[in-house]
Design a protein around this ligand. Structure first.
Ligand SMILES: [Zn+2]
Length: 513
């Protein structure tokens, strides 16, 4: 070996030792670092081995302060909408506590309400029947009520609008004869009673026949009424009457519900002395009163002078018939009652000039009693009409006389009976022929100005309707002795005379004029 080779070997050995020392120092520095991971060796990401250094989240708190300002604005809007949907599910648990059905409807109250609702339903007033039952607290869970409501729905669904509104007939009566022997006793008034009156037995027979034929009593306000147009003007139109198939609406009225003196006693009340019933009366009721049951009834003086109370005229008789046959009346309708003023109304001596004879206190009592009866009648479905003040002939009189008479009714009768828009012409004497009314007719202008919108006359045809722009006019058929005796064929659509005619009537029945 040469000397040079020895030197090289020595240098290489020194270099090797230095290299080793350098490597050893590097290794020490590397492994002693606090955040050493295998990633530092492999160069690949690996988090699983961080478990070796769990105690070193020291640097982590540093990013926390950084993220804190960020989440703060975010939660502000978010938590707000969240609590809102939460209160929504709360109402559910509220109805859940179902102690409400527990307050069961008291049986007596339930029974009374159902009876009343059934009565309304029988008169085709299903909406009112429903409202009545649904006013009871707890109706939703009562099986009887829910069953009833289903029945009403089914029955109402079977109703149809009456298709022939313009053909609805209208019949009328005067005071009914309660005692045939007294009415047909041969005195001077007998002839007139035989012509223009109907006996109680005839009236009851007519009701039975009409009912069996499917007739249903309606109010003129069901037949036609005034509507306000978009431009503010008014016009009349037919109403809608909902009835089962096979039913036929009709109207009824009674004229002169005044119980005039000549019918009930020996004097008339034409002058300043009011008439009173006495035993010489002709067999008619003399007054309508309200009975203890709240229903109208009649006072009647018997030949021995005693006064009895009961069904002595149309009002209580029709009421009783409808109570027995509630489907005979559409939605509570009753007849139209028409009044003059010259002897007072309803049998009460309310003509103002009677005050002198009666004294202020007694007169005020008459007025108060009559007003109470009229108000009760209205509440129970009866319609009130004017029959003029003095029973004058509106067709023959001049416009000024007609206007003066209508004004007198308004001044002396309306305060007792209340306002009405129905006028029933005395003697059936219309202010115009068959042509429609216009305001060029001074009588119509005056009557319209007084508030009248419904005008009824007498007409023997089955129906006469005049549906004007601003009024409704109709004919009425007298079902009295005159019509039955002289024109039985005119009543064929209603009944055969032999099924109604009272054998107590004297014959022949006189002719008019
Ligand atoms: Zn009359």
């Amino acid at each position: 070996m040469s000397r040079e080779s020895k030197i090289i070997r020595i240098l290489l050995s020194i270099a090797a030792v230095l290299l080793f020392i350098l490597l050893a120092m590097g290794a020490y520095l590397l492994f002693s670092r606090p955040d050493f991971t295998m990633q530092d060796l492999s160069g690949e990401p690996s988090s699983s081995e961080q478990t070796d250094v769990p105690a070193e989240p020291v640097p982590e708190p540093e990013p926390e302060p950084e993220s804190e300002p960020a989440p703060e604005p975010e939660p502000v809007p978010e938590p707000e909408p969240e609590p809102e949907p939460e209160p929504e599910p709360e109402p559910d648990p509220e109805p859940e506590p179902e102690p409400e059905p527990e307050p069961v409807i008291p049986p007596e109250q339930l029974e009374a309400a159902i009876a009343e609702a059934d009565l309304l339903a029988a008169g085709y007033d299903y909406p009112a029947a429903r409202v009545l039952l649904q006013e009871l607290e707890g109706w939703e869970t009562d099986p009887q009520i829910t069953a009833r409501l289903e029945e009403y729905d089914a029955a109402e669904a079977a109703l149809k609008p009456y298709p022939n509104m313009s053909t609805i007939t209208h019949v009328f009566f005067h005071s009914l004869i309660a005692d045939n022997a007294r009415a047909f006793d041969g005195d001077s008034d007998s002839v007139g009673y035989n012509m223009y009156m109907t006996t109680i037995s005839e009236f009851e027979a007519i009701l039975e026949i009409l009912y069996k034929k499917g007739y249903v009593l309606v109010s003129p306000y069901d037949v036609a009424y005034e509507v306000t147009n978009e431009d503010g003007s008014v016009s009349f139109r037919y109403g809608e009457i909902l009835l089962p198939e096979g039913k036929t609406p009709f109207m009824m009225s009674q004229d002169d519900v005044n119980y005039y003196g000549y019918m009930i006693g020996s004097t008339d009340g034409m002058n300043e002395i009011p008439a009173r019933p006495d035993p010489t009366g002709d067999g008619f009721a003399h007054r309508i009163i309200i009975g203890e049951d709240g229903l109208p009834t009649c006072e009647y003086m018997q030949p021995d002078g005693t006064v009895v109370t009961g069904d002595y005229d149309l009002v209580p008789i029709l009421n009783r018939f409808i109570a027995e046959h509630p489907d005979f009346s559409y939605r509570g309708a009753r007849a139209i009652l028409a009044f003059t003023g010259y002897e007072g109304v309803l049998g009460y001596r309310t003509k103002p000039s009677y005050e002198t004879a009666l004294g202020s206190e007694a007169y005020a009592a008459e007025v108060e009693a009559a007003a109470f009866v009229a108000d009760t009648l209205r509440q129970q479905g009866w319609d009130i009409a004017s029959h003029s003040y003095g029973h004058i002939n509106y067709g023959d009189r001049g416009a000024e006389r007609v206007a003066a008479d209508a004004d007198k009714w308004e001044a002396t009768v309306e305060p007792i009976l209340g306002e009405t828009d129905i006028l029933i012409y005395p003697h059936g004497s219309d202010i115009e022929g068959l042509v429609p009314y216009t305001f060029n007719n001074a009588k119509f202008a005056a009557l319209y100005e007084d508030g009248f919108r419904y005008y009824f006359t007498v007409d023997s045809s089955v129906y006469f309707h005049d549906l004007g722009d601003v009024y409704f006019r109709g004919g009425r058929r007298n079902l009295d002795g005159y019509r039955m005796w002289h024109h039985p064929y005119m009543l064929e659509d209603l009944y055969a005379i032999e099924d109604v005619w009272d054998p107590d009537r004297p014959t022949p029945v006189a002719s008019i004029g």
